[in-house]
Design a binder for this molecule. Structure first.
Ligand SMILES: [Zn+2]
Length: 537
């Protein structure tokens, strides 16, 4: 029956279909990019023997920043090797579009620490559709599901100016959001610790997100504060969701700083209570105790007023830089102050092309090495590199991590940029290890979750949440995005000191019916698509 009918047949795997159901053993027949048939004794032009392996839907990473580096790394090996077949991009308020030509330089300069330098980006695109057209032209290995960033929209309309938008500016921002959603964006993101997102009041965000109510899509937020004001930030987010009646995704959920450890128990309760009232709220989490972001995030929001260029002028001015130092020392109500909450020793330089000798050193180490104060070391480094530095922040405890990982509300997400060994630097190991680490640590080693439930959290849950159609399940009629892995061996290898290491145990990965990873080796094929939300979802 059906002999030779299929383009590809995967034979005899234990299928974890993404619903959370226990495995069943069948063959999967793939034709025309889709899962055409699930049955027995199937034949095809190509056959992959998969006895003893788990076959599951390709992993959907609901929170990452692949869009920033995809032009430099379209093959995204660091993601394929983890089993990620779809990346939801444009997170933390920082999408690559829309761009106003008059303010393109502000956007470019601000995103510079996250971009990879080996290609000339051009920056000729204006809209989200134009950017992703350019991405697709070169071909991509995995699927991308774009979100649009509130910070990027605000830069396009208002630059890096603080203050409440005028009604005309608000109308422009709403138009850009509506246009991006009409072009297929799956939702809006915010990064409320990053200027200019941090300049936005709750009222401004409430007004802007009314567009999601009319045009569809969800709201993902890197909240205003994940430290001392974590619970207040969750409350602000839930209130916005409930007032506008829109789905909420709380990004990379955690409690930062020793003084706040344990607060995730309360924050998850707040989310559960909001769910009981009818709000569709979820969160995501990366399975590491450190985060990573731009070094400029250590400065108070006012230091960035006017953009990176203005920030550099202030840091070069003795009076202005002293004021910044005093603001950090005093603290600003509601502002997440990592220098105070984590300490200089827990802030470690990650990627810094201009000073590669600093990579892997904490700001405490660097200041000692230079016999300067830590503040001077920080300001000098920002000046020397034009702000083009990323850092690791060590501030989460393992018990909290386990609590969030185990919550039925959470998806697992990498929150990483895309890189490759040739990319250099010391990126966060999550770039290579997130999904294998999650399965190895929390399923095989700790037994915190069953395989079935763990796979659900990285497939159907994020796909459904993001509104991605016909992906995230092994089901007839769904696109053939699939992962085959060995449960005995799956695991991460990347560490903070040696991050450029691929994981092990993921045997084959299929995107839109084509093998992009075969016997743990990338094939170089680029069958990925830029996905678009259909208007009714
Ligand atoms: Zn973020």
């Amino acid at each position: 029956m059906m002999s030779g009918f299929f383009d590809l047949v995967i034979r005899g795997a234990r299928i974890l279909d993404g619903t959370g159901n226990p495995f069943f053993v069948r063959d999967v027949g793939i034709k025309d990019k889709q899962i055409a048939f699930i049955g027995k004794n199937l034949e095809g032009k190509r056959v992959v023997e998969a006895e003893g392996l788990f076959l599951c839907p390709g992993f959907v990473d609901i929170h990452n920043h692949v869009d920033h580096g995809v032009l430099a790394f379209p093959d995204a090996e660091s993601y394929l090797m983890q089993g990620v077949t779809t990346s939801v991009v444009g997170n933390c308020g920082l999408s690559m579009a829309p761009i106003d030509p008059a303010r393109a330089e502000l956007t470019r300069h601000y995103l510079a620490p996250f971009l990879r330098k080996e290609v000339e980006y051009g920056w000729e695109w204006r809209t989200l559709a134009e950017f992703f057209e350019k991405v697709e032209q070169g071909g991509i290995a995995q699927n991308l599901a774009p979100l649009v960033g509130q910070g990027t929209i605000r830069i396009a309309v208002k630059g890096f100016d603080e203050g409440v938008p005028s009604s005309e500016e608000m109308a422009k921002m709403k138009n850009l959001l509506a246009q991006s959603l009409d072009e297929g964006a799956f939702g809006l993101t915010s990064g409320l610790i990053y200027p200019p997102g941090s300049y936005s009041t709750p009222e401004e965000l409430l007004e802007l997100t009314t567009v999601l109510k009319t045009h569809g899509g969800f709201y993902a937020t890197h909240m205003r504060n994940e430290g001392d004001c974590l619970l207040e930030s969750v409350a602000e987010t839930l209130a916005l969701g409930e007032k506008n009646g829109i789905p909420i995704q709380i990004s990379h959920h955690k409690a930062v700083g020793k003084a706040n450890w344990g607060k995730v128990n309360e924050s998850l309760k707040l989310m559960e209570a909001a769910r009981e009232r009818g709000l569709e709220v979820n969160c995501d989490v990366y399975p590491y105790q450190a985060g990573m972001t731009t070094l400029t995030a250590l400065l108070p929001p006012t230091a960035l007023e006017g953009g990176v260029g203005e920030m550099l002028k202030r840091l070069a001015d003795p009076d202005e830089s002293r004021k910044i130092e005093q603001n950090i020392e005093k603290g600003i109500p509601g502002w997440e102050n990592w220098i105070q909450s984590l300490g200089w020793g827990n802030l470690v330089i990650s990627e810094c092309e201009a000073r590669a000798d600093y990579e892997g050193l904490s700001l405490e180490n660097i200041s000692r090495q230079n016999s300067s104060t830590p503040y001077r070391a920080l300001f000098d480094l920002l000046l020397e590199t034009q702000g083009n530095v990323t850092m690791l922040l060590f501030g989460v405890n393992e018990e909290d991590l386990r609590t969030v990982v185990k919550s039925p509300l959470s998806c697992i997400a990498s929150d990483s940029w895309v890189t490759a060994p040739r990319g250099g630097g010391k990126p966060h190991p999550r770039a290579y290890g997130t999904f294998p680490r999650f399965l190895k640590t929390y399923v095989r080693e700790n037994g915190d979750l069953s395989w079935e439930d763990a796979i659900r959290k990285i497939t159907s849950l994020p796909a459904t949440k993001a509104g991605i159609a016909r992906r995230g399940l092994v089901q007839e009629g769904f696109f053939a995005d699939l992962v085959l892995f060995d449960p005995q061996f799956i695991g991460d290898k990347a560490t903070f000191s040696d991050p450029h290491q691929f994981p092990v145990g993921i045997k084959h990965v299929i995107v839109n019916g084509e093998l992009v990873l075969e016997d743990e080796q990338p094939t170089g094929l680029r069958p990925g698509k830029v996905l678009k939300r259909s208007a009714c979802r």
